[in-house]
Unconditional design. Structure first.
Length: 498
Protein backbone atom coordinates (compact mmCIF):
# COMPACT_ATOMS: atom_id res chain seq x y z
CA UNK A 1 0.00 0.00 0.00
CA UNK A 2 1.38 3.42 -0.94
CA UNK A 3 2.38 6.01 1.62
CA UNK A 4 -0.16 8.52 0.24
CA UNK A 5 -2.97 5.97 0.69
CA UNK A 6 -1.96 5.41 4.33
CA UNK A 7 -1.88 9.17 4.91
CA UNK A 8 -5.38 9.56 3.44
CA UNK A 9 -6.76 6.80 5.71
CA UNK A 10 -5.08 8.36 8.74
CA UNK A 11 -6.68 11.72 7.98
CA UNK A 12 -10.08 10.08 7.66
CA UNK A 13 -9.66 8.31 11.01
CA UNK A 14 -8.65 11.52 12.76
CA UNK A 15 -11.25 13.79 11.12
CA UNK A 16 -13.90 15.16 13.52
CA UNK A 17 -17.27 13.48 13.24
CA UNK A 18 -20.28 15.76 12.89
CA UNK A 19 -22.88 14.36 15.30
CA UNK A 20 -25.70 15.96 13.28
CA UNK A 21 -25.41 13.33 10.57
CA UNK A 22 -25.26 9.57 10.30
CA UNK A 23 -27.76 8.82 13.07
CA UNK A 24 -30.99 6.88 12.80
CA UNK A 25 -34.07 8.51 14.25
CA UNK A 26 -34.91 7.07 17.71
CA UNK A 27 -37.32 4.23 17.04
CA UNK A 28 -38.43 0.81 18.24
CA UNK A 29 -40.45 -0.71 15.39
CA UNK A 30 -40.31 -4.22 16.89
CA UNK A 31 -41.94 -2.90 20.06
CA UNK A 32 -44.49 -1.02 17.95
CA UNK A 33 -45.53 -4.34 16.40
CA UNK A 34 -45.74 -5.97 19.85
CA UNK A 35 -47.95 -3.17 21.19
CA UNK A 36 -50.31 -3.29 18.21
CA UNK A 37 -50.53 -7.07 18.44
CA UNK A 38 -51.31 -6.91 22.17
CA UNK A 39 -54.08 -4.38 21.55
CA UNK A 40 -55.81 -6.87 19.25
CA UNK A 41 -55.75 -9.79 21.70
CA UNK A 42 -56.69 -7.98 24.95
CA UNK A 43 -59.80 -5.78 25.12
CA UNK A 44 -58.52 -3.97 28.24
CA UNK A 45 -55.08 -3.15 26.84
CA UNK A 46 -56.13 0.10 25.15
CA UNK A 47 -57.36 1.67 28.39
CA UNK A 48 -53.93 1.01 29.94
CA UNK A 49 -51.93 2.90 27.31
CA UNK A 50 -54.41 5.38 25.80
CA UNK A 51 -52.96 8.29 27.82
CA UNK A 52 -49.37 7.29 27.01
CA UNK A 53 -49.54 6.61 23.27
CA UNK A 54 -51.02 8.64 20.41
CA UNK A 55 -51.00 7.76 16.68
CA UNK A 56 -47.99 10.03 16.06
CA UNK A 57 -46.07 8.21 18.81
CA UNK A 58 -45.44 5.37 16.32
CA UNK A 59 -42.47 5.77 14.00
CA UNK A 60 -43.77 3.70 11.09
CA UNK A 61 -46.56 5.47 9.16
CA UNK A 62 -48.50 2.23 8.68
CA UNK A 63 -48.39 1.58 12.43
CA UNK A 64 -49.82 5.08 12.97
CA UNK A 65 -52.77 4.19 10.72
CA UNK A 66 -53.37 0.86 12.46
CA UNK A 67 -53.34 2.47 15.91
CA UNK A 68 -55.72 5.17 14.61
CA UNK A 69 -58.14 2.42 13.56
CA UNK A 70 -57.87 0.74 17.00
CA UNK A 71 -58.44 4.12 18.66
CA UNK A 72 -61.55 4.73 16.54
CA UNK A 73 -62.99 1.31 17.43
CA UNK A 74 -62.46 1.97 21.15
CA UNK A 75 -64.10 5.38 20.94
CA UNK A 76 -67.10 3.76 19.29
CA UNK A 77 -67.09 1.06 22.00
CA UNK A 78 -66.67 -1.70 19.43
CA UNK A 79 -64.61 -4.89 19.93
CA UNK A 80 -60.99 -4.80 18.80
CA UNK A 81 -59.55 -7.89 17.06
CA UNK A 82 -58.00 -8.88 13.75
CA UNK A 83 -61.31 -8.81 11.86
CA UNK A 84 -62.68 -5.51 13.26
CA UNK A 85 -59.36 -3.69 12.79
CA UNK A 86 -59.11 -4.95 9.20
CA UNK A 87 -62.67 -3.75 8.47
CA UNK A 88 -61.99 -0.35 10.05
CA UNK A 89 -58.84 0.07 7.92
CA UNK A 90 -60.95 -0.75 4.86
CA UNK A 91 -63.48 1.91 5.87
CA UNK A 92 -60.64 4.38 6.33
CA UNK A 93 -59.39 3.48 2.84
CA UNK A 94 -55.86 2.62 4.00
CA UNK A 95 -55.89 -1.20 4.18
CA UNK A 96 -53.47 -1.58 1.25
CA UNK A 97 -51.16 1.12 2.61
CA UNK A 98 -50.60 -0.85 5.83
CA UNK A 99 -49.79 -4.12 4.06
CA UNK A 100 -53.26 -5.60 3.76
CA UNK A 101 -55.02 -8.14 5.99
CA UNK A 102 -51.99 -10.50 6.10
CA UNK A 103 -49.93 -7.89 7.95
CA UNK A 104 -52.68 -7.43 10.56
CA UNK A 105 -52.73 -11.20 11.12
CA UNK A 106 -48.94 -11.24 11.38
CA UNK A 107 -48.98 -8.54 14.10
CA UNK A 108 -51.14 -10.56 16.46
CA UNK A 109 -49.65 -13.95 15.61
CA UNK A 110 -46.35 -13.21 17.38
CA UNK A 111 -47.82 -11.87 20.64
CA UNK A 112 -48.83 -14.26 23.40
CA UNK A 113 -50.13 -11.73 25.95
CA UNK A 114 -50.37 -8.02 26.80
CA UNK A 115 -48.58 -8.42 30.14
CA UNK A 116 -45.89 -5.81 29.48
CA UNK A 117 -47.83 -3.43 27.26
CA UNK A 118 -47.55 -0.44 29.61
CA UNK A 119 -43.78 -0.81 29.85
CA UNK A 120 -43.55 -1.09 26.07
CA UNK A 121 -45.81 1.94 25.62
CA UNK A 122 -43.48 4.07 27.79
CA UNK A 123 -40.55 3.06 25.57
CA UNK A 124 -42.45 4.24 22.48
CA UNK A 125 -43.35 7.51 24.22
CA UNK A 126 -39.68 8.12 25.08
CA UNK A 127 -38.60 7.45 21.49
CA UNK A 128 -41.28 9.84 20.21
CA UNK A 129 -40.19 12.56 22.64
CA UNK A 130 -36.59 12.13 21.53
CA UNK A 131 -37.65 12.55 17.86
CA UNK A 132 -39.59 15.70 18.76
CA UNK A 133 -36.52 17.16 20.49
CA UNK A 134 -34.29 16.32 17.52
CA UNK A 135 -36.72 18.01 15.14
CA UNK A 136 -37.02 21.01 17.48
CA UNK A 137 -33.27 21.50 17.90
CA UNK A 138 -32.73 21.05 14.16
CA UNK A 139 -35.13 23.89 13.33
CA UNK A 140 -33.57 26.14 15.98
CA UNK A 141 -30.05 25.35 14.75
CA UNK A 142 -31.02 26.14 11.16
CA UNK A 143 -32.50 29.50 12.17
CA UNK A 144 -29.53 30.31 14.40
CA UNK A 145 -27.26 30.10 11.33
CA UNK A 146 -29.54 32.55 9.50
CA UNK A 147 -28.12 36.04 10.08
CA UNK A 148 -31.44 37.67 9.17
CA UNK A 149 -33.15 36.10 12.20
CA UNK A 150 -33.29 38.14 15.41
CA UNK A 151 -31.59 36.03 18.09
CA UNK A 152 -33.74 37.30 20.97
CA UNK A 153 -36.93 36.47 19.05
CA UNK A 154 -35.48 33.06 18.21
CA UNK A 155 -34.78 32.45 21.90
CA UNK A 156 -38.41 33.32 22.74
CA UNK A 157 -39.62 31.00 19.97
CA UNK A 158 -37.36 28.20 21.19
CA UNK A 159 -38.61 28.57 24.75
CA UNK A 160 -42.23 28.59 23.58
CA UNK A 161 -41.82 25.49 21.40
CA UNK A 162 -40.00 23.62 24.16
CA UNK A 163 -42.81 24.57 26.56
CA UNK A 164 -45.37 23.17 24.10
CA UNK A 165 -43.46 19.89 23.83
CA UNK A 166 -43.18 19.54 27.61
CA UNK A 167 -46.88 20.33 28.15
CA UNK A 168 -48.00 17.77 25.58
CA UNK A 169 -45.81 15.05 27.06
CA UNK A 170 -46.36 15.81 30.76
CA UNK A 171 -48.52 13.29 32.60
CA UNK A 172 -49.58 13.42 36.25
CA UNK A 173 -50.01 10.00 37.82
CA UNK A 174 -52.86 9.27 40.23
CA UNK A 175 -52.40 9.17 44.00
CA UNK A 176 -54.10 6.86 46.47
CA UNK A 177 -56.09 8.90 48.99
CA UNK A 178 -54.30 7.89 52.23
CA UNK A 179 -51.16 10.07 51.88
CA UNK A 180 -53.35 12.98 50.79
CA UNK A 181 -55.47 12.55 53.93
CA UNK A 182 -52.30 12.63 56.05
CA UNK A 183 -51.23 15.85 54.34
CA UNK A 184 -54.65 17.44 54.85
CA UNK A 185 -54.68 16.50 58.57
CA UNK A 186 -51.19 17.95 58.99
CA UNK A 187 -52.33 21.26 57.50
CA UNK A 188 -55.42 21.18 59.72
CA UNK A 189 -53.32 20.62 62.84
CA UNK A 190 -51.05 23.52 61.96
CA UNK A 191 -54.10 25.73 61.42
CA UNK A 192 -55.60 24.73 64.79
CA UNK A 193 -52.34 25.67 66.53
CA UNK A 194 -52.55 29.12 64.94
CA UNK A 195 -54.93 31.23 67.01
CA UNK A 196 -55.48 33.59 64.09
CA UNK A 197 -56.86 30.80 61.91
CA UNK A 198 -54.38 31.54 59.13
CA UNK A 199 -53.30 28.62 56.96
CA UNK A 200 -51.66 30.69 54.22
CA UNK A 201 -49.50 33.77 53.82
CA UNK A 202 -51.16 36.65 55.74
CA UNK A 203 -52.53 39.56 53.70
CA UNK A 204 -52.03 42.06 56.51
CA UNK A 205 -55.72 43.06 56.50
CA UNK A 206 -57.81 41.61 59.31
CA UNK A 207 -61.14 41.27 57.50
CA UNK A 208 -59.54 39.99 54.30
CA UNK A 209 -57.66 37.35 56.31
CA UNK A 210 -60.97 36.25 57.83
CA UNK A 211 -62.32 35.55 54.35
CA UNK A 212 -59.18 33.99 52.88
CA UNK A 213 -57.28 32.53 55.88
CA UNK A 214 -54.29 34.06 54.09
CA UNK A 215 -53.13 33.55 50.52
CA UNK A 216 -53.30 29.81 49.96
CA UNK A 217 -50.64 27.62 48.37
CA UNK A 218 -51.22 26.72 44.68
CA UNK A 219 -53.97 29.38 44.31
CA UNK A 220 -54.20 31.78 41.37
CA UNK A 221 -55.61 35.07 42.69
CA UNK A 222 -56.75 37.72 40.22
CA UNK A 223 -56.83 41.32 41.49
CA UNK A 224 -58.81 43.36 38.97
CA UNK A 225 -60.09 46.87 38.59
CA UNK A 226 -60.53 49.81 36.25
CA UNK A 227 -57.66 52.29 35.77
CA UNK A 228 -57.22 54.71 38.72
CA UNK A 229 -58.87 52.32 41.21
CA UNK A 230 -55.49 51.62 42.81
CA UNK A 231 -54.73 48.04 41.75
CA UNK A 232 -50.98 48.57 41.83
CA UNK A 233 -51.16 50.51 45.10
CA UNK A 234 -53.15 47.65 46.63
CA UNK A 235 -50.67 45.08 45.31
CA UNK A 236 -47.72 47.07 46.70
CA UNK A 237 -49.50 47.46 50.03
CA UNK A 238 -49.92 43.69 50.11
CA UNK A 239 -46.27 43.21 49.18
CA UNK A 240 -45.19 45.58 51.94
CA UNK A 241 -47.39 43.79 54.49
CA UNK A 242 -46.10 40.36 53.48
CA UNK A 243 -42.38 41.17 53.17
CA UNK A 244 -41.89 43.99 55.70
CA UNK A 245 -44.42 43.15 58.43
CA UNK A 246 -44.34 39.34 58.21
CA UNK A 247 -40.88 38.88 56.61
CA UNK A 248 -42.18 36.42 54.02
CA UNK A 249 -40.18 36.54 50.74
CA UNK A 250 -42.14 37.84 47.76
CA UNK A 251 -41.37 38.30 44.06
CA UNK A 252 -42.92 41.28 42.24
CA UNK A 253 -42.90 41.17 38.43
CA UNK A 254 -43.69 44.65 37.13
CA UNK A 255 -44.43 44.94 33.42
CA UNK A 256 -45.76 48.50 33.69
CA UNK A 257 -43.34 50.41 35.95
CA UNK A 258 -39.60 50.20 36.45
CA UNK A 259 -38.04 49.16 39.74
CA UNK A 260 -37.23 52.73 40.87
CA UNK A 261 -40.87 53.81 40.41
CA UNK A 262 -42.02 50.81 42.43
CA UNK A 263 -39.52 51.50 45.22
CA UNK A 264 -40.58 55.16 45.33
CA UNK A 265 -44.14 54.00 45.95
CA UNK A 266 -42.98 51.62 48.65
CA UNK A 267 -41.02 54.46 50.32
CA UNK A 268 -44.11 56.68 50.22
CA UNK A 269 -46.24 53.83 51.61
CA UNK A 270 -43.86 52.89 54.41
CA UNK A 271 -42.55 56.33 55.41
CA UNK A 272 -45.84 58.25 55.01
CA UNK A 273 -44.38 60.85 52.67
CA UNK A 274 -46.53 62.08 49.79
CA UNK A 275 -45.55 60.61 46.46
CA UNK A 276 -45.28 63.93 44.65
CA UNK A 277 -42.76 65.13 47.26
CA UNK A 278 -40.64 62.03 46.70
CA UNK A 279 -40.63 62.86 43.00
CA UNK A 280 -39.70 66.54 43.36
CA UNK A 281 -37.53 66.15 46.46
CA UNK A 282 -39.17 69.09 48.29
CA UNK A 283 -39.36 67.45 51.71
CA UNK A 284 -39.76 69.17 55.04
CA UNK A 285 -37.36 68.36 57.91
CA UNK A 286 -40.16 66.31 59.51
CA UNK A 287 -40.59 64.27 56.31
CA UNK A 288 -36.83 63.67 56.06
CA UNK A 289 -36.92 62.47 59.64
CA UNK A 290 -39.76 60.06 58.84
CA UNK A 291 -37.76 58.65 55.91
CA UNK A 292 -34.65 58.24 58.06
CA UNK A 293 -36.70 56.52 60.75
CA UNK A 294 -38.79 54.17 58.59
CA UNK A 295 -36.57 53.41 55.60
CA UNK A 296 -34.73 50.74 57.56
CA UNK A 297 -37.99 48.73 57.54
CA UNK A 298 -37.62 48.39 53.78
CA UNK A 299 -33.89 47.81 53.78
CA UNK A 300 -33.21 44.10 53.85
CA UNK A 301 -36.86 43.25 53.22
CA UNK A 302 -37.24 40.02 51.16
CA UNK A 303 -38.82 41.76 48.15
CA UNK A 304 -37.43 40.74 44.76
CA UNK A 305 -38.43 43.04 41.90
CA UNK A 306 -38.21 42.16 38.21
CA UNK A 307 -39.18 44.94 35.81
CA UNK A 308 -38.54 43.12 32.51
CA UNK A 309 -40.87 44.76 29.92
CA UNK A 310 -42.96 42.45 27.76
CA UNK A 311 -42.25 39.48 30.03
CA UNK A 312 -43.28 36.17 28.50
CA UNK A 313 -44.93 33.38 30.46
CA UNK A 314 -41.91 31.19 29.72
CA UNK A 315 -39.44 33.74 31.15
CA UNK A 316 -41.68 34.08 34.19
CA UNK A 317 -41.68 30.32 34.83
CA UNK A 318 -37.88 30.16 34.61
CA UNK A 319 -37.35 33.14 36.92
CA UNK A 320 -40.04 32.08 39.38
CA UNK A 321 -38.55 28.60 39.76
CA UNK A 322 -35.14 30.10 40.51
CA UNK A 323 -36.54 32.60 43.02
CA UNK A 324 -38.41 29.87 44.88
CA UNK A 325 -35.37 27.60 44.86
CA UNK A 326 -32.73 30.20 45.75
CA UNK A 327 -34.65 32.84 47.75
CA UNK A 328 -37.49 30.80 49.24
CA UNK A 329 -40.13 33.08 47.70
CA UNK A 330 -43.59 32.39 49.15
CA UNK A 331 -45.75 34.66 46.93
CA UNK A 332 -45.48 35.80 43.31
CA UNK A 333 -47.15 39.02 42.09
CA UNK A 334 -47.56 40.10 38.46
CA UNK A 335 -48.52 43.65 37.40
CA UNK A 336 -50.30 43.03 35.13
CA UNK A 337 -51.57 39.97 33.25
CA UNK A 338 -52.59 41.67 29.98
CA UNK A 339 -49.06 43.01 29.46
CA UNK A 340 -47.62 39.50 29.38
CA UNK A 341 -47.19 37.50 26.20
CA UNK A 342 -46.67 33.91 25.09
CA UNK A 343 -43.97 34.44 22.47
CA UNK A 344 -43.05 31.44 20.38
CA UNK A 345 -46.58 30.03 20.33
CA UNK A 346 -49.14 30.61 17.60
CA UNK A 347 -52.63 31.92 18.38
CA UNK A 348 -55.65 32.84 16.32
CA UNK A 349 -56.29 35.96 18.40
CA UNK A 350 -55.26 37.80 21.55
CA UNK A 351 -58.01 36.13 23.58
CA UNK A 352 -56.47 32.69 22.97
CA UNK A 353 -53.07 34.03 24.06
CA UNK A 354 -54.50 35.49 27.29
CA UNK A 355 -56.23 32.16 27.96
CA UNK A 356 -52.89 30.35 27.59
CA UNK A 357 -51.20 32.84 29.93
CA UNK A 358 -53.97 32.43 32.50
CA UNK A 359 -53.75 28.61 32.39
CA UNK A 360 -49.97 28.79 32.64
CA UNK A 361 -50.14 31.02 35.74
CA UNK A 362 -52.46 28.53 37.42
CA UNK A 363 -50.12 25.72 36.41
CA UNK A 364 -47.17 27.66 37.87
CA UNK A 365 -48.99 28.15 41.17
CA UNK A 366 -49.64 24.39 41.38
CA UNK A 367 -46.12 23.44 40.33
CA UNK A 368 -44.40 25.74 42.86
CA UNK A 369 -47.14 25.23 45.48
CA UNK A 370 -47.31 28.95 46.29
CA UNK A 371 -49.98 31.61 45.65
CA UNK A 372 -49.67 33.60 42.43
CA UNK A 373 -51.37 37.03 42.50
CA UNK A 374 -51.92 38.59 39.07
CA UNK A 375 -53.37 42.04 38.43
CA UNK A 376 -55.84 42.37 35.58
CA UNK A 377 -57.67 45.11 33.74
CA UNK A 378 -61.46 45.33 33.55
CA UNK A 379 -63.35 46.22 30.39
CA UNK A 380 -65.03 49.60 29.84
CA UNK A 381 -68.45 48.10 30.51
CA UNK A 382 -68.29 49.51 34.04
CA UNK A 383 -68.17 53.09 32.72
CA UNK A 384 -71.35 52.68 30.66
CA UNK A 385 -73.49 51.47 33.57
CA UNK A 386 -75.36 53.86 35.85
CA UNK A 387 -76.04 53.95 39.60
CA UNK A 388 -74.18 52.69 42.63
CA UNK A 389 -74.76 49.05 41.67
CA UNK A 390 -73.97 49.70 38.01
CA UNK A 391 -70.48 50.96 38.82
CA UNK A 392 -69.77 47.89 40.91
CA UNK A 393 -67.46 45.51 38.95
CA UNK A 394 -68.74 42.11 37.87
CA UNK A 395 -66.98 38.91 36.81
CA UNK A 396 -68.20 39.46 33.26
CA UNK A 397 -66.11 42.65 33.18
CA UNK A 398 -62.84 40.72 33.28
CA UNK A 399 -61.03 41.81 30.19
CA UNK A 400 -60.28 39.69 27.10
CA UNK A 401 -60.94 36.19 28.32
CA UNK A 402 -63.45 34.18 30.32
CA UNK A 403 -60.57 31.79 30.96
CA UNK A 404 -59.23 34.22 33.58
CA UNK A 405 -62.38 33.75 35.66
CA UNK A 406 -62.35 30.01 35.03
CA UNK A 407 -58.70 29.48 36.00
CA UNK A 408 -58.69 31.75 39.06
CA UNK A 409 -59.26 30.31 42.51
CA UNK A 410 -60.13 33.79 43.73
CA UNK A 411 -61.10 37.02 41.99
CA UNK A 412 -60.86 40.32 43.88
CA UNK A 413 -62.05 43.68 42.56
CA UNK A 414 -60.54 46.94 43.79
CA UNK A 415 -63.39 49.47 43.75
CA UNK A 416 -63.45 53.06 44.99
CA UNK A 417 -67.01 54.42 44.71
CA UNK A 418 -65.86 58.00 45.40
CA UNK A 419 -64.14 57.98 42.00
CA UNK A 420 -67.65 57.96 40.50
CA UNK A 421 -68.86 60.67 42.97
CA UNK A 422 -70.61 58.04 45.07
CA UNK A 423 -69.94 59.11 48.65
CA UNK A 424 -72.40 56.88 50.54
CA UNK A 425 -73.40 53.26 50.24
CA UNK A 426 -77.00 52.00 50.34
CA UNK A 427 -76.84 51.97 54.15
CA UNK A 428 -75.71 55.57 54.37
CA UNK A 429 -72.11 54.73 55.34
CA UNK A 430 -69.49 57.32 54.40
CA UNK A 431 -67.36 56.10 51.50
CA UNK A 432 -64.98 59.06 51.34
CA UNK A 433 -61.41 57.80 51.39
CA UNK A 434 -62.65 54.20 51.36
CA UNK A 435 -62.04 51.30 49.00
CA UNK A 436 -64.07 48.16 48.62
CA UNK A 437 -62.17 44.94 48.04
CA UNK A 438 -64.89 42.82 46.47
CA UNK A 439 -64.32 39.06 46.69
CA UNK A 440 -66.35 38.07 43.62
CA UNK A 441 -65.12 34.48 43.35
CA UNK A 442 -63.69 32.28 46.07
CA UNK A 443 -63.32 28.61 45.24
CA UNK A 444 -62.45 27.65 48.83
CA UNK A 445 -64.64 29.98 50.84
CA UNK A 446 -67.17 32.77 51.05
CA UNK A 447 -67.51 35.85 48.87
CA UNK A 448 -68.15 39.33 50.22
CA UNK A 449 -66.82 42.87 50.60
CA UNK A 450 -63.90 44.11 52.66
CA UNK A 451 -63.79 47.85 53.39
CA UNK A 452 -60.33 49.44 53.57
CA UNK A 453 -59.07 52.96 53.96
CA UNK A 454 -57.30 54.37 50.91
CA UNK A 455 -54.56 56.90 51.59
CA UNK A 456 -54.11 58.27 48.10
CA UNK A 457 -51.28 60.62 49.04
CA UNK A 458 -49.25 57.62 50.22
CA UNK A 459 -50.63 55.13 47.64
CA UNK A 460 -51.53 52.93 50.59
CA UNK A 461 -54.42 50.73 51.61
CA UNK A 462 -54.90 50.04 55.30
CA UNK A 463 -57.45 48.60 57.69
CA UNK A 464 -60.24 51.12 58.41
CA UNK A 465 -59.37 53.77 60.99
CA UNK A 466 -62.35 55.68 62.36
CA UNK A 467 -60.10 58.54 63.37
CA UNK A 468 -58.95 59.10 59.79
CA UNK A 469 -60.88 61.76 57.84
CA UNK A 470 -59.77 62.31 54.24
CA UNK A 471 -58.52 65.88 53.67
CA UNK A 472 -60.68 68.03 51.44
CA UNK A 473 -60.33 71.26 49.50
CA UNK A 474 -63.47 73.09 48.51
CA UNK A 475 -65.61 70.00 48.89
CA UNK A 476 -63.37 67.88 46.67
CA UNK A 477 -61.53 64.95 48.18
CA UNK A 478 -57.77 65.19 47.92
CA UNK A 479 -56.52 62.04 46.27
CA UNK A 480 -59.60 61.76 44.05
CA UNK A 481 -59.11 61.32 40.31
CA UNK A 482 -61.70 64.08 39.91
CA UNK A 483 -59.12 66.74 40.72
CA UNK A 484 -56.33 65.00 38.88
CA UNK A 485 -54.21 63.83 41.80
CA UNK A 486 -55.40 60.29 42.29
CA UNK A 487 -51.88 59.04 41.68
CA UNK A 488 -49.22 61.33 43.13
CA UNK A 489 -46.63 59.55 40.98
CA UNK A 490 -48.47 60.42 37.75
CA UNK A 491 -51.74 59.56 36.02
CA UNK A 492 -52.01 56.06 34.54
CA UNK A 493 -51.28 55.74 30.82
CA UNK A 494 -54.22 55.73 28.39
CA UNK A 495 -55.85 52.35 27.99
CA UNK A 496 -55.11 50.30 24.93
CA UNK A 497 -57.63 48.05 23.27
CA UNK A 498 -56.06 44.62 22.85
Amino acid sequence: MSQSSETTKSRRRNAPIDPSYGHLQPQATDIERVVLGALMIDKDAFSIISEIVRPETFYEPRHQKIYQAIQTLNMQEKPVDIMTVTEQLKRDGVIEEVGGAPYIVELSAHVASSAHIEYHAHILAQKFLARQLISFTGRIQEKAFDETVDVEELMQEAEGNLFEISQKNMRQDYTQIDPVIDQAIEILQKASANTGGLTGVPTGYNKLDEYTSGWQASDLVIIAGRPAMGKTSFALSLAKNIAVDFREPIAFFSLEMNNVQLVNRLISNTCEVAGNKILNGQLTPDEWERIDKNLRKLQGAPIYIDDTPGLSIFELRTKARRLVREKGVKVIMIDYLQLMNANGMRFGNRQEEVSTISRSLKGLAKELNIPVLALSQLSRNVESREGIDGKRPQLSDLRESGAIEQDADMVLFVHRPEYYRIFQDEKGNDLRGKAQIIIAKHRKGATGDVLLTFRGEYTRFQDPDDSYVPPTEGGEIIGSRMNGVDDPFGAPPPEADF
